[in-house]
Design a protein around this ligand. Structure first.
Ligand code: HEC
Ligand code: HEC
Length: 436
């Protein structure tokens, strides 16, 4: 492969994107421009201190000239295009606020044990610190929980890309092992929508007549609108405030180490699927998690997984779709070494870069410069047995490398041995997870 060419493509792309950066607000939603203040309000209300700081708050203006439906994006440094917004789910302050409350509400799970936030926590990089996620009833899910930052920028959701938009993903999370509702999504939506603290909020967010039924789709739409506001930029890298090691790491990342080929653009992902050898075996082990191959039904896509974002990655240990690697150093060493090459073919852009340990640590320093400055505004008690530190707040998110007393982190390494469980999980999960 040719890192130089790749790099200049990436840079050209970056330039093209930043070229329109100034006028990019409201791109996803033509009518948005009007009332910048409504957006600010939404942010303040929905997230408090949340998302990336907004140094360029140019809209201190007072009143809201145009009421509902006006929305304009204020993008943090380093993010040049706003999230895609489906035509039937326009952004609004009311919807975002509703989605925020729903995201934090444990009552949305089958047994009231966890909220969406439970597995996407601030202290854990907005993931869960576990190798594999823990669903209601203590049931381990087949995969590692990704960070929730910038999900609005991803073209396809999940490690295998099986959801085309956040709305479909949210229904999947509600039905599947994450929230455990199965066939009960509509009943749950009705129940939540009838609560006095939600009734009016749904009516306002969706312009519903009094007494109109609240459906799973309404819940999914509100959650999605909220998630689209979770933008991570303004990192040390975006602000050009890296230390020397991180600068050397960036030079490697975007040059000789060839990382940017796949970890490309604002969100450090090409949104595509690649085979890196993680969790792979040749021939495929019985019951193994074949990733994209399971969705596309193409054997040549077996063991391909979507390139993950690297924003906040220093805080989301353990790593990879199966949580099989405990530290960032080790994850970087594997990628820079050309993937796990003894488990069948790997992507041709993955080659052993023959990096020194110092270069590996420079790459890690660079990845640390992608720590997201924001956090989600937490509502209510979010502690869940078996998951992370929730309100406990270790106060040292950078130490996420030591996966907070997670007994499972070790086991996950033996992926072959675990194929059996993986299958059991996968069946339940796939069966129940996602209809779209
Ligand atoms: C029990 C833990 C858990 C809970 C609860 C949970 N998630 Fe997740 N989330 C995960 C895991 C694990 C994945 C990755 C699954 C996969 O790729 O197959 C994921 C993936 C996602 C993604 C896709 C991210 C990406 O990079 O593609 C989004 C968006 C998301 N979750 C939002 C939500 C929402 C909204 C809720 C509440 C309705 C929720 N999650 C509840 C564990 C959880
Ligand atoms: C061929 C495309 C490709 C290239 C080149 C590449 N990566 Fe990746 N990277 C991926 C994919 C795909 C995954 C997810 C693999 C999995 O979990 O199965 C990944 C995962 C990672 C992870 C773990 C992230 C997480 O959240 O679990 C890190 C860290 C990482 N890559 C860093 C790098 C670095 C540093 C380089 C350059 C030395 C690099 N990658 C080169 C495609 C690539």
């Amino acid at each position: 492969m040719n890192p130089i060419a790749q790099r200049s493509i990436a840079m050209a792309l970056g330039m093209a994107l930043s070229g329109c950066g100034g006028g990019s607000d409201g791109k996803a939603d033509g009518k948005a421009k009007a009332a910048a203040s409504s957006k600010t309000e939404a942010k303040a209300k929905a997230e408090g201190k949340t998302t990336a700081a907004e140094p360029s708050a140019d809209d201190g203006a007072g009143e809201d000239p145009a009421p509902a439906a006006a929305w304009s994006w204020q993008l943090p440094a380093g993010i040049h295009t706003p999230p895609r917004v489906p035509e039937d789910n326009p952004m609004s302050a009311e919807k975002v606020e509703l989605g925020h409350r729903l995201f934090m509400d444990k009552r949305l799970s089958v047994d009231g044990s966890r909220s969406c936030y439970s597995c996407h926590q601030n202290e854990l990089g907005n993931a869960d610190g576990r190798a594999k996620a823990l669903g209601p009833g203590g049931k381990e899910l087949p995969r590692n929980a990704p960070t929730i930052w910038n999900v609005g920028l991803l073209p396809l959701l999940y490690w295998d890309g099986r959801s085309a938009d956040l709305e479909a993903q949210a229904v999947g999370a509600l039905k599947g092992g994450n929230m455990g509702l199965g066939d009960g999504v509509e009943a749950k939506a009705g129940e939540i929508g009838a609560l006095p603290e939600y009734r009016e909020a749904f009516a306002k967010a969706f312009g519903l007549a009094a007494g109109a039924p609240i459906t799973g789709k309404h819940v999914a739409m509100a959650l999605s609108a909220y998630e689209r506001t979770l933008l991570c930029g303004d990192t040390a890298h975006d602000r050009d405030a890296q230390d020397e090691a991180a600068k050397r790491g960036w030079a490697l990342f975007s040059g000789a180490a060839g990382c940017i080929t796949c970890h490309a653009q604002d969100n450090f992902t090409d949104g595509l699927f690649h085979r890196t050898g993680i969790g792979a075996s040749e021939p495929p082990a019985e019951g193994a998690d074949r990733g994209r191959g399971t969705i596309s039904k193409k054997p040549e896509e077996d063991f391909m997984f979507r390139t993950p974002t690297l924003r906040n990655v220093a805080r989301t240990a353990p790593y990879f779709h199966d949580g099989s690697v405990a530290t960032l150093e080790e994850a970087v060493r594997i990628m820079a070494g050309g993937g796990l090459r003894d488990r069948g073919p790997v992507d041709t852009n993955l080659v052993d870069r023959k990096l020194t340990e110092e270069e590996i640590s420079d790459l890690v320093a660079f990845l640390r410069s992608l720590d997201c400055p924001g956090s989600l505004a937490v509502i209510g008690d979010q502690s869940v047995a078996g998951i992370g530190t929730a309100a406990g707040g270790s106060g040292a998110p950078d130490d996420a490398e030591a996966p907070a007393g997670d007994a499972k982190a070790g086991d996950a390494k033996a992926d072959d041995a675990k194929a059996g469980d993986a299958k059991a999980d996968a069946t339940t999960k796939k069966g129940a997870t996602e209809s779209p």
